[in-house]
Write a protein that binds this ligand. Sequence first.
Ligand code: PLP
Length: 396
Amino acid sequence: MTFDFDTILDRRRTGSYKWDFCERAFGEKDVIPMWVADMDFAAPPAVVAALKARAAHGAYGYPMIPKSFWTALSAWLKRRQGWEAGRNEMTLIPGVVPAINLCINAFTRPGDKIVIQTPVYHPFYAAVENNGRRLVRNPLSFDGGRFTMDFDHLKSLDDSRTRMIILCSPHNPVGRVWTREELGRLAEIAAAGDWVVVADEIHGDLILPGHRFTPFAAISNDAAARTVTLTAPSKTFNVAGLSTAVGIIGNPRLKALFDSQLQSAGLTMGNVFGLAAFEAAYREGEAWLDALLVYLAGNSEFAGRFLTENVPKIKLIAPEGTYLGLLDCRGLSLEQAELDRFLLREAKVYFDPGPRFGEELRGFQRINLGCPRPLLREALERVERAVRAREARTGS
Ligand SMILES: Cc1ncc(COP(=O)(O)O)c(C=O)c1O
C-alpha cells in the first residue's frame, strides 16, 4: 500500500495551535509554522476510519477500556520495541506531560532535586518548578554535530536530595536515539543514587532508518524496577489532540503510588475518541508508520542538502529519531532576539527558538520536519531569500 505524504493539507483556521498561533500572537498571517511537535499529515487511514465509525454511533458516554486496547499496546511494544510489558503494569493517562507532573508528586517531596538533561522539552522545567522541586541540570555535550550525555557530570549530581531523573528518549529537541550502551550507563548512575527514572518515550516509535530504540525499562531488571515509562501514539500517528497516553510501571509499589495520584486528581476516565484512535493506530497503523519514517528521513536529507547548497550559514543537526531537527544559525551572527525576529518577520517562517529548550541553544532554532516536502521546500526557500536579501543589504 502506498501513502500520500506530499499533498499539502490546509490547516489554517482549523483551530490548530501550530497553524493559528502566529496570526493571533504576532499578527502575522502568511507565516509557515515549523514549530510545535505535531505533523502536517492526516493520521493513518485506519485511524481516520475508526474515528469516523465511532463518531457515527452518536452516543459518546463514559467509556470502559476494552481488553483489546491493552493487547494492541502489548503486541505493538513487543513487535516494534522488543519489549514485553504486562497488562498489570499499564495505566491509562490523559497525556505524558500531566503524568510527569503526577510522577513528581508521587515519588518526590517539595525541595527534592530532579535532574533533567538540557537542552530539553520545555515542560520538563515547568513540571519540576511548578511543583516546588529543585531543578538540577545535566547539560548534554555538543561537538558541533552531535549531542551526547555527560556521565561524569551526571554522577556528580547525586546527593541525598536527588530523587529523580526525567529522561527524554529519543531526545527532544536534540534528536538523539540513545544507544543501549548510553542508557546502560545512565541506568548504573540511577541505581547508585536510587533515583526514580521517568522515561518520556513519546517519540519512541519515531526512529529513523539506521537507528535502534531501546526502551529504558528493558535495559535491566533494576532499570525496570525504578522506571515509569510514558508513551503514546500521539506523535507517531499525529493524534496528540486526542489526549490518550499510557504509563508503564513494572514496580508494583511505584505503580500504586502513581495510580493513587491519578485517583486524587480524578483522572481515571478515558476519552472515547482517543481510545478508538489508539487501538486502531497500534493494530493497523504499522505500514503507514514504516512509510512515514522513510519519508521523514527523506525530508531530513532534503533539508540538510538544501541548506548546505543554498544557505551554508545555517546548518541542520539532523535527527536520529523524532521529526525535529535543530538549525544551527550561529553563522548568521545575529543575537537571539534578532534571529527570531528575522525568521518570523522577514523569512515568514516560525521555528521554535532554541533557548525555549535551554540556554545551551542560543543561536539555534528547532525545525519540525513532519510536513509535506513541498511545504518544507517553500519554508527553506523563504529562509534562503531572506538571508540573501539581508546579505545584499548589509554586505555580509
Ligand atoms: C518529549 C515530549 N514529551 C511529551 C510531549 C507531550 O505529551 P502530551 O501531549 O501527551 O502531554 C511532547 C510533545 O511535543 C514531547 O515532545
